[in-house]
Design a protein around this ligand. Structure first.
Ligand SMILES: Cc1cc2nc3c(=O)[nH]c(=O)nc-3n(C[C@H](O)[C@H](O)[C@H](O)COP(=O)(O)O)c2cc1C
Length: 359
């Protein structure tokens, strides 16, 4: 069964040795200036046997930062920091793309360490508290609605970030369109009450998201650009109802761009078979995610419902997850109290499998 997960493949321009992808996970360990630190180089290098790593969410610009100690990709020092990550993963034969995550309105200002605008499609605060520097949830800042005239500059911020990702030696970018962050805020009617060309009908709400994808594709080539969606996810104040009304036109508009992949967080909705919807409206490769186990993941690929799969939590305590799956070895469990704290503890101190260990 694991064979379906171990077959090589391509995602756009990116060749993968297997189909076991590491899902993006924010871990709050960046250093001063939001620069990746040596510990992060070690963490990602330990996980290089994944077919591809998607990094934690990374802010494309200062206004994109919402959480404590998240890294950026907009300063020379950040590019140099990420170059060390990319080089270490490549030296071990792995592939790595960077998730571009602009938080939009999901911002606790104390998490930033600097002053910057809080922007969103509409001036509606995120209704959900977000962890502050000490991990205690705090109210989010009140955003200002971005003006239509500012959108070209915002698109250029994304494009510049993508060029920086390539300058750092990474294989590509993944646009975070999921989980209630900026792109999702444009897609969703609960956070997008605009009355101009960027709000109202689904066709208008997808305009900014599609424009970002096109800008990224223009900047670095479509074969190095993927995107992540989570239709029907209520996280961060999104309205989960009728996701197909928005995502069918979004996927249909994204398809002609010739992108590397669509990464789908399948919310296991009762009213919608999300993977079937994506397959029907997007003709590129699909990475499936959410609550997968090796067997259920292999079954998705064998049935043609996905081309690759990603694991999040399983990669935290199993740096060599691909080898463990290949050998049918048992999986270690993470210590969830150390997700966002602990520096090396709960981060780089999970051992690889002992030689010869099998189920
Ligand atoms: C600690 C942690 C941090 C996460 N951070 C991100 C993130 O930065 N970007 C993102 O798209 N998803 C993020 N996620 C969601 C995961 O990518 C994934 O969708 C989720 O864990 C479900 O997959 P799993 O069942 O294999 O863990 C995070 C999940 C965890 C556990």
């Amino acid at each position: 069964m694991a064979d379906a997960l171990l077959a090589p493949m391509r995602l756009g321009d990116i060749p993968l040795a297997n189909r076991i992808i590491m899902a993006p996970m924010t871990r709050d360990r960046a250093g001063p200036g939001d620069v990746p630190i040596a510990l992060m180089v070690e963490y990602y290098a330990q996980r290089a046997s994944a077919g591809m790593i998607v990094t934690e969410g990374v802010q494309p610009s200062p206004s994109g930062k919402g959480y404590w100690r998240t890294p950026g990709i907009h300063s020379p020092a950040q590019i140099e920091g990420w170059r060390k990550v990319a080089d270490a993963v490549h030296a071990r034969g792995g592939r790595i793309v960077m998730q571009l995550m602009h938080c939009g309105r999901v911002v606790v200002p104390a998490n930033r360490g600097f002053e910057a605008d809080v922007i969103a499609p509409s001036a509606i605060p995120c209704p959900v508290p977000v962890p502050g520097p000490d991990g205690t949830p705090q109210p989010c800042a009140a955003p200002r609605a971005i003006a239509a005239e500012e959108i070209p500059a915002l698109l250029e911020e994304y494009a510049a970030a993508a060029r920086n990702v390539i300058a750092a030696g990474m294989d590509g970018v993944e646009l975070h369109c999921a989980s209630g962050y900026l792109v999702n805020q444009f897609l969703n009617p609960a956070s997008n009450r605009r009355t101009d060309d960027y709000g109202g009908s689904p066709e208008n709400r997808i305009r900014f998201p599609v424009a970002v994808l096109a800008a990224l594709a223009d900047a670095i080539g479509p074969g190095r650009v993927g995107f992540r969606i989570s239709p029907g996810n209520p996280y961060n104040g999104m309205d989960p109802s009728d996701p197909a009304a928005t995502f069918v036109p979004f996927l249909a508009a994204a398809a002609p761009l010739g992108l590397a992949y669509c990464h789908v967080v399948d919310m296991e909705l009762e009213e919608l078979d999300t993977l079937t919807m994506v397959r029907a409206h997007f003709d590129g490769p699909i990475i499936a995610n959410n609550n997968l186990k090796p067997d259920s993941a292999a079954a998705l690929i064998a049935a043609g419902r996905a081309d690759a799969v990603s694991f999040g939590r399983a990669f935290i305590a199993n740096p060599d997850l691909a080898e463990r799956i290949a050998k049918g070895a048992p999986l270690a469990r993470p210590d969830y109290s150390l997700l966002y704290t602990g520096e090396e503890r709960g981060y780089t101190d999970y051992p690889a499998m002992v030689a010869g260990e099998t189920a």
